[in-house]
Write a protein that binds this ligand. Structure first.
Ligand code: NAD
Ligand code: TYD
Length: 375
């Protein structure tokens, strides 16, 4: 694509959040060339982008962020002036089983991308002017908050919508990661900031709470449980189901990324959250209610699928984000109420049973293996 206003590299664009970000940028900014770089691991699925795959301003490149030489070539080839970096290993349970892969992709991969951007941008006459390296991270780097319901609020805090404590993650919180996943993301965040402080690279880091919505891989709580309810399989609740997460609809995260990419201040950190805390067990009951309703089953007839299992090792008790900075400085607000978002999400999985079946059977990977054979 010649003479476009910007050439933006989005990594991990075939994954859950990345696909929503790619779609938003491709459709909202026809004057930009969007290059989606993804290795297509088990979590990457080009079916997530079927609707925009032939857009004139969109290019897909199958590549690994650890491949430094290739990244250098691609930076030059596509004259990249902005990077939105989402590619990562993202599931805590997998990180407990295989921490090496997390260090490799999340730490070394991010470092390769930073170095490739630096070597290309520093060689240009204008160097870093008009450039941006935007790193997408998680609230899990901050560690865990305690469960501590302020007195007098117990009624409103019983089910959903929290808060379940009087402390929240702010941008100024120190890092205290507990899982290999969050430790690897914390390390990558530090590398990104170090490239600003050491080389003057224009960087931004954002730390977001748990996302939910269409196209999430069914290993994470919400899509896994929707699928299990459909199939009437047990719902494995870790520990007592008392852990709290702050849920944000994925499209609202993508909109925040758009605002921050265009208006965010260089070297800043922004926290992004839904102000929507739920104890896992309460959230699961809502999921059962909504899914049973949409399936035409008797309301809550699948409550008996709830099965308490051994807790996750090092399971963080509570995450909760304070997004005041993003709201007041850049004017972002989540657009969806949780009830609306969860119903939309369940409906999407029910309407896209084929997507779910292909992901679970692994067929989506066989298809793309054939497509990319020999490239
Ligand atoms: P995901 O697992 O659904 O997608 C990750 C994508 O990265 C996949 O398409 C995968 O193929 C690709 N990828 C993995 N390794 C790669 C490599 N070596 N080279 C190139 N591509 C590679 O993840 P997600 O949930 O969409 O998360 C995206 C980003 O947002 C991650 O950085 C994650 O840490 C962060 N984040 C996620 C959440 C959440 O709730 N899911 C919340 C906050 C932050
Ligand atoms: P998950 O979706 O894996 O996100 P994260 O660990 O990054 O927050 O899990 C969300 C919450 O649900 C977390 O407290 C762990 C819990 N959980 C279960 O109880 N059972 C499950 O099978 C899964 C996948 C998660």
């Amino acid at each position: 694509m010649k003479n476009c206003k910007r050439n933006i590299l989005i990594t991990g664009g075939a994954g859950f959040i990345g696909s929503h970000v790619v779609r938003l940028f491709v459709t909202r900014y026809p004057e930009y060339h969007i290059i989606n770089l993804d290795k297509l691991t088990y979590a990457g699925n080009l079916a997530n982008l079927k609707d925009i795959e032939s857009a004139l301003n969109y290019t897909f490149v199958k590549a690994d962020i650890c491949d430094f030489e290739l990244l250098e070539e691609l930076m030059k080839k596509y004259k990249i002036d902005g990077i939105i970096h989402l590619a990562a290993e993202s599931h805590v349970d997998r990180s407990i089983k295989d921490p090496f892969t997390f260090a490799k992709t999340n730490v070394m991969g991010t470092l390769s991308l930073l170095q490739a951007a630096r070597s290309y941008w520093e060689a240009l006459p204008e160097k870093y002017e008009g450039k941006m390296f935007y790193h997408i991270s998680t609230d899990e780097v901050y560690g865990a908050l305690e469960l501590n319901i302020p007195e007098g609020d117990s009624e409103t805090n019983k089910c959903g919508g929290g808060p379940f404590g009087d402390r929240f993650f702010k941008e100024t919180n120190s890092y205290n990661p507990h899982s290999p996943y969050s430790a690897s993301k914390a390390s990558s965040d530090h590398f990104v900031r170090s490239f600003h402080d050491t080389y003057g690279m224009p960087t931004i880091v954002t730390n977001c709470s748990n996302n939910y919505g269409p196209c999430q891989f069914p290993e994470k709580l919400i899509p896994l449980f929707i699928n299990n309810i459909i199939l009437r399989k047990p719902l494995p609740v870790y520990g007592k189901g008392e852990n709290v997460r702050d849920w944000l609809y994925v499209v609202d995260h993508a909109k925040a990324i758009d605002i921050i990419f265009h208006k965010g201040k260089i070297a800043e950190t922004y926290n992004i959250g839904g102000s929507n805390e739920w104890k896992n067990i309460d959230l699961i009951k809502v999921l059962i209610k909504v899914t049973d309703k949409l399936l035409g089953r008797t309301e809550c007839e699948d409550l008996d699928l709830i099965t308490y299992v051994t807790d996750r090792a090092g399971h963080d008790l509570r995450y909760a984000i304070d997004s005041t900075k993003l709201k007041t400085e850049l004017g972002w607000e989540p657009s969806l109420q949780f009830e609306e978002g969860i119903e939309k999400t369940v409906r999407w999985y029910l309407d896209n049973q084929e997507w779910l079946d292909h992901v679970i059977s692994g067929d989506y990977q066989k298809y793309y293996e054939q497509m990319y054979q020999g490239r």
